[in-house]
Write a protein that binds this ligand. Structure first.
Ligand SMILES: Nc1nc2c(ncn2[C@@H]2O[C@H](COP(=O)(O)OP(=O)(O)O)[C@@H](O)[C@H]2O)c(=O)[nH]1
Ligand SMILES: [Mg+2]
Length: 460
């Protein structure tokens, strides 16, 4: 799923990275390539147009995040826009204030309505609901039988109807009554489909809608039919005002165009995707995860996110300046530790980093939260003068600091040693990064974390 698109977009980003600097020209080239990639993935042309426009506007008017390189910023914009296109939040099923919640399942014949009805019932019952199903597809006897077998296999409840209930409206009415009487909180209504949209079908669905007043009308579309799926979604929406879609057979769809377009075209979210024939092959649709899967840069993106969330960019720049000018005090050292603590488990953070000179060793460093806290406490027990100038800290002062922070003189010595090592390492790192030249990962990394990797309690 999305493999081709993913490959192509990643190539665009890679080329951009090779350019080092972002210019209007290479941005133009990148946008053109992204556009072609989306169209080739069978994304609806209007959606592509909107997408490219939005990325362009954001890329031009972008407030520059100093913590990110130009390419990372483009990746971020494309990611954000893709999430927008897909719907931002995972769209959950809506529930009626008063049970039962009625969910109508509609769509063309063969799209996967009956299968999806069973999958949804299973999903709901796994999530604490007690759903009931009913098939109102009276035109093909096999259709009702199919749902009945599914319900039996899954040990889920179904309204089978009586011999004289041969009309969709009668079946629906009785099913709802039964659901209320047996205390079911959700009623799933599997409707009939046609090969093409026709007037009779639409009239029937409209009548069912009026009768049942459903909370959800989910349009089921076969993802493999690409833009045809989007087109019929649009038509069903115009007639019935659908509340969301389910895209089936995503397991067989390499392009993903329908998934990428259906929300923008209908204005209603894609709620679930079917990824196989079995009853458990149904997944809630997560726009953010899918966008990241498509961009194939989950790690880089979560790193970007973390940096954005936890770092004050001005502080980071200031820290860099201090490192370069050898003005990195114990107070800064402490602030760095606090910053890094905010970033969360350091091992996972380091795991996300690309491997460049010097960082490899750091990956083996075990970070001890308690030790970090102890180190912060030690620096807190120093006077401002001591923090500004570590040379002042003689034996007498070490004793006082140890006492004040509830640690030992040995702990204070260790901290001072680490501080010295850190300064040395930072100097090497920023120096090395500088030598690697503009736009290289080293430089970017040095920027990404506050002052590089300052404040890391290592070297014990
Ligand atoms: N591979 C795959 N097949 C599916 C999926 N959903 C449905 N199908 C198959 O599509 C065919 C039609 O499904 P059905 O539920 O009968 O469609 P309906 O006519 O809309 O009720 C069946 O063979 C299903 O097994 C899916 O997510 N993946
Ligand atoms: Mg069916």
């Amino acid at each position: 799923m999305f493999d081709n698109l993913s490959d192509k977009l990643q190539r665009v980003f890679k080329n951009l990275r090779g350019e080092g600097k972002l210019t209007p020209e290479n941005m133009e080239v990148a946008l053109r390539e992204i556009r072609v990639a989306l169209l080739e993935a069978d994304v609806h042309f209007k959606v592509v147009k909107q997408f490219i426009e939005a990325v362009k506007v954001k890329a031009m008017g972008q407030e520059v995040l100093t913590a990110l390189s130009p390419t990372q910023q483009v990746v971020k914009i494309v990611r954000d826009e893709m999430v927008n296109m897909l719907g931002v939040h995972q769209a959950k099923l809506r529930m009626a204030n008063e049970p039962p919640t009625v969910i109508m399942i509609v769509g063309l014949q063969g799209s996967g309505k009956t299968t999806s009805t069973g999958k949804l019932a299973r999903y709901l019952s796994k999530n604490g609901s007690s759903p009931m199903m009913v098939s109102v597809d009276v035109y093909r006897p096999a259709a009702r039988k199919q749902l009945s077998i599914l319900a039996h296999d899954l040990k889920l409840s179904i309204y089978e109807g009586t011999a004289d209930e041969t009309k969709p409206l009668d079946l629906a009415r009785s099913a709802r009554k039964e659901a209320i009487q047996t205390g079911r909180d959700v009623l799933l209504v599997d409707t009939a489909g046609r090969l093409h949209i026709d007037e009779d079908l639409m009239t029937e669905l409209t009548q069912l809608k009026e009768l049942l007043n459903p909370t959800e009308i989910l349009f089921v579309a076969d993802a493999m039919t690409g833009q045809d799926a989007v087109k019929s979604a649009d038509e069903f929406n115009k007639r019935l005002a659908i509340t969301g879609s389910i895209l089936t057979k995503m397991d067989g769809d390499a392009r993903g165009g329908a998934a990428l377009s259906i929300r923008s075209v209908t204005g209603q979210p894609l709620k679930f995707v079917g990824v196989g024939e079995k009853s458990d092959a149904l997944e809630p649709f997560h726009p953010d995860r899918v966008a990241e899967r498509i961009l194939g840069m989950g790690d880089v993106l979560s790193l970007i996110e973390k940096v954005e969330q936890s770092i004050d960019h001005k502080d980071a720049e200031e820290m860099q300046r201090k490192l370069l000018e050898d003005d990195f005090t114990l107070g800064d050292f402490r602030d760095q530790m606090k910053q890094i603590r905010k970033l969360g488990p350091l091992e996972s953070l380091l795991g996300m980093m690309p491997d460049i000179g010097g960082l490899k060793d750091l990956k083996n460093v075990k970070v001890d939260e308690n030790e970090m806290n102890r180190m912060v406490a030690i620096v807190d027990s120093m006077t401002p003068k001591e923090r500004a100038n570590h040379m002042l800290i003689n034996g007498q002062r070490r004793k006082r600091i140890a006492k004040g922070s509830g640690t030992s003189v040995q702990d204070v010595n260790t901290l001072l040693k680490q501080y010295a090592q850190m300064r040395k390492m930072m100097k090497q790192m920023t120096g090395a990064a500088g030598m690697l030249g503009k736009g290289t990962m080293g430089k970017r990394l040095a920027k990404m974390l506050p002052g590089g990797l300052g404040g890391l309690p290592f070297g014990r």
